[in-house]
Design a protein around this ligand. Structure first.
Ligand code: G3I
Length: 456
């Protein structure tokens, strides 16, 4: 960590750059061949993400592990952390097929209902995960989600799926805004030539093996019939960036669903990714969301976590920068109403050894938390919108400059013009406003945002 003066000196004398925004505190990390400046998480950042998200009409959600906590107790740290910081929840395991229909036609909604009550007490939305999946498929359907060891016929298995979807969707009707109807239906290996010619390979799950592609269309149609107001998603991993082979397969599959008029609302990108310097491929994530917008669909982030092997301060700040970049991408995408983080504290994550989440085991917010927070706060506060016209652009720099020179400028908003929030309006606010414009621009063209990159 460097002081502002040291950094400025380094900038001017070593890198030949005139100045950096003050007084936001920055850390500088020198990699072997590039230099990256990352805004240091400050522990005086205001807690609720939630207000900023509400204001932006976006949802920042979290996966809740209901089985190992008492979600009914609003005083527990686990509960508090969730309702103070997020405006959407999803059950990490408790609304899956094995949990909701543990034996044939015997439904169990106990934990799902507890989550609904929790969300209602705290004015949060609930998303449903997942109606049809090969994993966490109950033993009575298939011993491993792949083999048809029970010898079902196509008609029998369709009836099982239909019964499950109708019962579960109807039970939660009115209390859940959307469902992952099908989860991870694509095979892990997709051939490049296949996807380039519009193809895709399905996973050999018990559903696909016994029923064929009809299981997919039927699942969406039944979910829609059970609750016509419900938003319906297809969800998968390794489909996060437009240039991934599996993402191309997903696009081909979804394009066909739309063509067949299957009632689908959008695509969920799980985003189980790794954290590292420049590791978020913004260009391809933006491109991915955009291609679904062009199909008239939403594209949301459903299970975000960013594992890291570098748990030094530097590593955790890079992780924060990655979180901030992804938050900016989702905030700037018109067809992306929400992003959900896959768990609360690192120790309870399915990737606990990679410390992938926003809070440590003691519920302390990590730099990653402030990465998400900063992106939300800057976007929501419209800092830099000095002329109050609703957007931050070069006209605001003129407004601030006019104020500095003449003492007046009309229309003028002091709070927003004080872009670095230090209580005075001076040239540093012009620098801060310029950096917001740059961040926003970089994020829109798919080169990140919320990040200064030098020599990169
Ligand atoms: O229910 C038992 C509980 O009774 C027991 O005390 C406990 C002891 O470890 O295990 C519990 O079950 C585990 C369950 O998580 C709850 O922690 C299962 O063994 C374990 O397999 C299960 O793992 C879940 C995994 O899905 C299963 O595939 C993870 O928590 C969950 O985070 C993960 O989530 C998936 C998404 O649904 C789909 N996308 C990938 C994502 C990560 O794998």
């Amino acid at each position: 960590n460097y002081t502002y003066e040291e950094l400025n000196d380094y900038f001017e004398n070593t890198l030949g750059i005139n100045s950096i925004p003050n007084p936001i505190k920055y850390s500088l990390f020198a990699d072997s061949d590039n230099y990256r400046i990352i805004q240091t998480a400050s522990s005086n950042g205001s807690k609720p993400n939630k207000e900023a998200a509400d204001q932006l009409k976006k949802d920042v959600g979290v996966a809740v592990s209901i089985y190992n906590t008492n979600i009914d107790d609003d005083n527990q740290m686990y509960s508090k952390t969730i309702y103070q910081n997020f405006n959407m929840v999803v059950a990490e395991n408790e609304m899956k097929f094995d949990a909701t229909e543990p034996s044939r036609n015997n439904f169990n909604y106990y934990n799902g209902d507890r989550l609904i009550k929790f969300a209602q007490r705290h004015n949060m939305k609930v998303r449903g995960h997942a109606l049809c999946w090969h994993s966490q498929c109950p033993q009575w359907v298939s011993k491993d989600g792949y083999s048809n060891d029970k010898g079902w016929t196509k008609t029998e298995l369709l009836a099982i799926l239909k019964n499950h979807i109708f019962n579960v969707v109807k039970h939660f009707k009115g209390n859940i805004c959307e469902w992952d109807v099908v989860n991870e239906v694509l095979d892990d290996s997709q051939s490049e030539s296949g996807v380039n010619s519009g193809g895709y390979k399905m996973r050999n799950s018990v559903w696909y093996n016994v029923i064929g592609l009809e299981f997919l269309d039927s699942a969406f149609v039944w979910a829609h019939q059970a609750d016509p107001d419900m938003d319906l998603y297809i969800n998968d991993y390794s489909c996060d960036y437009a240039n991934q082979t599996k993402a191309k397969a997903m696009y081909n599959l979804v394009k066909n669903l739309v063509k067949r008029k299957v009632p689908i609302t959008g695509v969920g990108l799980q985003c189980h990714l790794g954290a590292g310097p420049g590791w978020v491929d913004s260009l391809n994530m933006v491109k991915n969301m955009k291609q679904y917008e062009e199909l008239g669909l939403k594209c949301i982030i459903t299970e975000l976590d960013l594992g890291t092997s570098d748990t030094s301060e530097r590593g955790l700040n890079i992780q924060a920068d990655n979180y901030r970049t992804i938050t900016n991408i989702f905030l700037n995408a018109k067809n992306s109403p929400h992003a959900i983080i896959w768990g609360v504290t690192d120790d309870k994550s399915w990737r606990s050894n990679e410390r992938p989440l926003l809070f440590d085991a003691n519920f302390n917010p990590k730099p990653a938390y402030f990465g998400v927070c900063n992106a939300l706060k800057i976007k929501a506060s419209k800092l830099g919108d000095a002329n109050n016209d609703g957007s931050v652009n070069v006209n605001d720099i003129t407004t601030i400059a006019t104020y500095i020179l003449n003492g007046t400028a009309y229309p003028f908003n002091f709070n927003n013009a004080d872009a670095n929030q230090d209580g005075i309006i001076n040239v540093n606010d012009i620098t801060s406003t310029a950096s917001f414009i740059l961040d926003n621009h970089l994020s829109k063209v798919g080169l990140g945002g919320g990040m200064f990159a030098v020599n990169e």
